[in-house]
Structures are given as structure tokens and as C-alpha cells.
Design a binder for this molecule. Structure first.
Ligand SMILES: NC(=O)c1ccc[n+]([C@@H]2O[C@H](COP(=O)([O-])OP(=O)(O)OC[C@H]3O[C@@H](n4cnc5c(N)ncnc54)[C@H](O)[C@@H]3O)[C@@H](O)[C@H]2O)c1
Length: 322
């Protein structure tokens, strides 16, 4: 299906804030020759497609249209950002159940029309929905990728870069585990130019106290709450992260990204989707990297896996596939 002679097609399901921002970033990048937008609200997808089409003369020749699931055929990747928003007073698990029902409708249709493609999941709670998508699609695990902590890692690097006054691209630090409250900062391996943060602090004569680092992690973990309380949603950074995942796939870059996928045999953790630094290529997931964590980090990762298992238990993922 995905041979080199076919135009690069990317499908986006869910053309709300996140999906339409991704489509815009894709269009400006020139990465895709074809972008198909699918949404339960057909008029919304059509409106976004028309608006994007009018940007083509300023960007790259790209075919953009509002389509149906049949148009996922031949897409290299289908990004799913479809979902419902939390109602006032609604619990996290109720939201998950409603979004899982959306996925029970969306994922089998994508998989039927595009059995060879790669799924990239953005809808929250992203780790549980990545696991759900794996079950619903029947795809091999290497072709189901959740955006996971790609955004949290970007926020972490940004805040560290501000503190240490270096380009965020020169800060190598990861947030792993759940995209959510139990996520884990890997302080023991964080570095700038291969220098541990303590050594970098000493060399720069900068304070590197624990309280400042704790505050950086707190701001990383709680960033979404801060943004949502001000503008109602977050979408630019996650769309840039999704863009990065799609680019690594389309260009076969073998980029290391903190994305969510099915993890086995990692500090005693099995059968959970969450984030670890992962090599992403045209095949999807090439390799999930096992980090050499310290004891505290390994325990925090196990806790994160337990949190995700508990949420998943409440959902009864298997029931959705029948
Ligand atoms: N993973 C991350 O880091 C991250 C960051 C930000 C947002 N998100 C998540 O992304 C999701 C989308 O956020 P948003 O702000 O774009 O929401 P939104 O409400 O703006 O858009 C959701 C879209 O999904 C569509 N939709 C609903 N049910 C559908 C169905 N059954 N089939 C097809 N389309 C359907 C809606 O019509 C709507 O256009 C949310 O779950 C949000 O929490 C994830």
C-alpha cells in the first residue's frame, strides 16, 4: 500500500483545536501531499478543510479535504484527536468511558480501511486510549503510538532551558510514564552537553538546589491546568509534538521521542501503554529504550504503571472490542 510512488497521505480524525492545529502545521511544513480531515461534525471538518485550502498558495501544493473513513486508505499515519470534553462535575473515569466509546466507533473503521497504517493517538487520557486503540485495531503494537509525554518532555526541557540559559534543544531530559499526574522526571540522566545538571551548575556558577528543580517539575506536570484555566484548551505545543512524530514516521528518521506504546519487561512492568524514550521510524516503533533509572525513579515508574492499570481496569477495554 504505502509504496514510494503514492503521495504521502496523513489522515486526521477529530478536527477540533488539536486536530486542526496539527493539519495547519502539516500544511505549512510540506510534509504531506494529502491531508484528509474526518470529524463526526462534518461541517467542522469541511470548514477547516476550506480554510486550510486557502493557505495552500502560501505554502506547498497539498490536497486537503474533508473525507470519510474510506479516505484513510493508504495513509501512512492516522492521527486521532477526536473526543469529547469534560462536562462540569464529570469524573476522569466518566470522561474516559465516553472517549473510549468514541474510539470504539473510530478505530475499527480506520483499521478496516487502512490495515497497513500507523495510528498516532492524542486524545486523553492518552495512555489508556493508546492501549484501547491497540486492542480495537488489531494492529501490531509497533504501529500504535500515543503522544504520551512528548509534550511534558518539551515543557520540561523548556523550563530547564530557561533556568540554565541554554537552547532547549541542547537540554536532554525526559519525562516518562503516564501523561498525567503520576509522570516521572528522569533527573538522574538529565544533562546538557553530556554534563550532569549538578556539574553544569557548578561550571556556570548557578544554584542547582532541589527546591528549584522540584518547582520546574511541578510547573511541567501542572502546565495544562495553568493553560486551560487561562485559554480553555492547549493545542499548539501538542500539535507540534504530533507533527514531530509524523515527521519521524514519514521521513524514517529513527528519532528518539518520549511517546506511549505497549511496554513489556521494564522494571517488572508489563502490558501497560506509557512513555519511555522510543525510536520512531517509518515502521512505527523501532525500539523502546530501557533507561538505567535510579531506585526512586524506578519505583515512581512502577507507581505510574499501577495508576494506569487501575484506570484501565475500570474501563474494561476488552468489552469494547465485542
Ligand atoms: N496528548 C496530549 O498531550 C494532549 C494535549 C492537548 C489535548 N489533548 C486531547 O486532545 C483531544 C482533543 O482536544 P481538542 O481541544 O481538539 O478538542 P475539541 O473538542 O476541540 O475537538 C474534538 C473533536 O472531536 C470530534 N469528535 C467527537 N466525537 C467524534 C467521533 N465519534 N468521531 C469523529 N470525531 C469526533 C468533535 O466533533 C471535535 O471536532 C482531547 O481529548 C484533549 O484532552 C491531548
Amino acid at each position: 500500500m504505502n509504496n514510494a510512488l503514492q503521495p504521502v497521505r496523513i489522515a486526521v480524525v477529530g478536527t477540533g483545536n488539536v486536530g486542526s492545529t496539527l493539519a495547519y502545521a502539516l500544511l505549512l511544513s510540506g510534509l504531506a501531499a494529502e491531508i484528509v480531515l474526518i470529524d463526526a461534525n462534518r461541517a467542522k471538518a469541511e470548514g477547516e478543510a476550506m480554510d486550510l485550502q486557502h493557505a495552500v498558495p502560501f505554502a506547498h501544493p497539498t490536497r486537503v479535504w474533508a473525507g470519510d473513513y474510506a479516505d484513510c486508505a493508504g495513509a501512512i499515519a492516522t492521527v486521532i484527536a477526536a473526543g469529547v470534553n469534560q462536562k462540569p462535575g464529570e469524573t476522569r473515569i466518566d470522561l474516559l468511558k465516553r472517549n473510549a466509546l468514541v474510539f470504539a466507533e473510530v478505530v475499527p473503521q480506520v483499521a478496516r480501511h487502512n490495515p497497513e497504517g500507523i495510528l498516532v493517538i492524542a486524545t486523553n487520557p492518552v495512555d489508556v486510549l493508546t492501549y484501547t486503540s491497540l486492542k480495537l485495531s488489531g494492529y501490531p503494537w509497533q504501529r500504535v503510538i500515543g503522544s504520551g509525554t512528548i509534550l511534558d518532555t518539551a515543557r520540561f526541557r523548556h523550563l530547564l532551558s530557561r533556568y540554565f540559559k541554554v537552547d532547549s534543544r541542547s537540554v536532554h531530559a525526559y519525562i516518562i510514564g503516564e501523561h498525567g499526574d503520576s509522570e516521572v522526571p528522569v533527573w538522574s540522566l538529565a544533562n546538557i552537553a553530556g554534563m550532569r545538571l549538578q556539574d553544569f551548575c557548578a561550571a556556570q556558577n548557578v544554584a542547582c538546589d532541589a527546591a528549584a528543580m522540584d518547582e520546574i517539575f511541578r510547573q511541567t506536570r501542572d502546565a495544562a491546568y495553568q493553560i486551560i484555566s487561562r485559554k480553555g484548551a492547549t493545542y499548539y505545543a501538542v500539535a507540534a509534538g504530533l507533527m514531530r512524530i509524523v515527521e519521524a514516521i514519514v521521513r524514517d528518521q529513527r528519532t528518539v521521542l518520549s511517546v506511549s506504546s505497549l511496554v513489556h519487561d521494564c522494571y517488572g512492568i508489563n502490558d501497560v501503554c506509557f512513555s519511555l524514550p522510543t525510536v520512531v521510524s517509518r515502521s512505527g516503533i523501532e525500539q523502546v529504550l530501557r533507561l538505567n533509572l535510579n531506585e526512586k525513579e524506578a519505583e515512581a515508574l512502577q507507581h505510574s504503571a499501577a495508576v494506569l492499570r487501575k484506570i484501565r481496569g475500570q474501563l474494561a477495554v476488552e468489552a469494547l472490542s465485542h
